[in-house]
Design a protein around this ligand. Structure first.
Ligand code: HAM
Length: 404
């Protein structure tokens, strides 16, 4: 509802502006895909096993509503084969069957950006900077950036094995859900936000000790880039993301003004194997998505990103038998003003009452007397000034002068 819809639209337009400046073109992937596209997100992730909204369509295909858009972007890349590196941004709704609560919804909006076709670590830095500058432009000051490297698949396999051994040794102290997760994917246990798991997670081995020299060098370069750009960050060796496709650089933004369980306002990372996994060429990829609903909550908490003005600037009170009122509204809107009127059938008095409640700066009044003289009256609704008449041909100029 307004004003939040107005604020969300403004937020998306700031993102569009930042992404356009950085050379990204907008893509609008479909809301639903063949379920196979999303299964590639990781068969051991909650997003796929528990949270997909899927159904059979009339043609007998199994379709799922998108839980995110990265997989669709990769699918689009495989089909269209645009010039690489391909830079695309997107906006729209996603669906996950989650336990809904404040900041966690079954339908939520994301803005995001992806680059497919380059392994250059400077791109990782560029993407992180795009997200960080977006938050800055909204006026958010308490968003913490965490970065980590998940290494290459071999590093990750060795690390996963070390985690499996560690958590198995401590299995009795894990929550039941994490014990279940451990059987499927030990890495996911690191992602648990449940309090009883925290002590065990805090002492778990970290991936930094398992990185290949190439992965470590790429991660150093990302950090050097962020430092040069003066973008503050924390290395968070325990940051694993909720989806399985990541390797090397991963990152997350946490709004410190929100409750810890829902404070991730955005996140992303490299997914060098995903395009190939979807049947495409072996092209690397990196990207992120930011939660629009959650970012708005963070803006509320920090008292930034107020609603853009949507109140009418001019309110027309037309008590004539003809269509003068609607003609004036149209002329003022053509000038670019926010102009509105009450129903013509209402009395002058009722229309004036509505004008006073409208939030408009000024009212334009036209009754049979004014019409006969070829005039309209201008009545300030806020601030200084008296009601005065102007010739109808000079109405636009008079209203504009008043609003200045
Ligand atoms: P994700 O971390 O699953 O990543 O989601 C990104 C952001 O979407 C989260 O940080 C959060 O702000 C928001 N979000 C996720 N689930 C919900 C929900 N149920 N209710 C409200 N907000 C939510 C991805 O989606 C990846 N596709 C990001 C990415 C792009 N990685 C590479 N490229």
């Amino acid at each position: 509802m307004p004003p939040d819809t107005d604020r969300m639209r403004a937020m998306v337009s700031v993102f569009a502006d930042e992404a356009t400046k950085a050379g990204f073109g907008q893509v609008t992937p479909p809301m639903f895909e063949d379920i196979g596209v999303f299964v590639r997100l990781g068969e051991a992730t909650d997003v796929v096993t528990k949270e997909l909204y899927s159904f059979e369509d009339k043609g007998g295909r199994t379709i799922a509503l998108r839980p995110e858009q990265t997989a669709s972007l990769c699918r689009v890349f495989v089909e269209q084969r645009p010039l690489t590196p391909w830079k695309a941004w997107y906006y729209g709704a996603n669906f996950r069957y989650e336990a809904s609560q404040k900041g966690r919804y079954r339908q939520f909006d994301q803005v995001g950006a992806e680059v497919i076709g380059s392994a250059d670590p400077d791109l990782d830095t560029e993407l992180i900077a795009l997200a960080a500058r977006f938050y800055e432009r909204l006026g958010l000051r308490n968003v913490r950036l965490m970065v980590n490297s998940l290494g290459d698949p071999a590093d990750r396999a060795a690390y996963t094995e070390a985690l499996r051994n560690y958590f198995t040794d401590n299995v009795a102290d894990l929550t039941e859900q994490s014990q279940e997760t451990l059987a499927r994917n030990p890495l996911r246990v690191m992602d648990s936000k449940r309090e009883p798991d925290q002590a065990i997670i805090a002492s778990a081995p970290t991936l930094a000790d398992f990185l290949s020299s190439e992965a470590a060098a790429a991660f150093d370069r990302v950090q050097a880039g962020l430092k040069v750009m003066n973008i503050p960050f924390d290395i968070e060796p325990r940051l694993v993301r909720g989806l399985d496709y990541y390797n090397r650089t991963t990152f997350e933004f946490a709004a410190e003004s929100l409750d810890a369980a829902q404070n991730a306002v955005g996140g992303g990372g490299r997914y060098d194997g995903l395009v190939a996994n979807l049947g495409g060429p072996d092209e690397p990829g990196i990207g992120f998505a930011l939660g629009v609903d959650r970012t708005l909550l963070a803006c509320d908490a920090e008292g930034v990103m107020g609603a853009p003005a949507t109140n009418p600037q001019v309110w027309i009170v037309a008590a004539t038998a003809g269509v003068e009122g609607i003609a004036i509204v149209d002329r003022l809107r053509l000038l670019g003003l926010r102009a509105d009127k009450a129903e013509s059938s209402k009395s002058m008095k009722a229309q004036m009452k509505r004008a006073n409640k409208s939030g408009a700066d000024v009212a334009v009044i036209i009754g049979e007397d004014e019409l006969a003289r070829g005039e309209a009256s201008i009545k300030p609704l806020r601030g200084q000034g008296d009601q005065h008449s102007v010739p109808i041909e000079q109405l636009e100029t008079a209203v504009q002068e008043y609003l200045e």
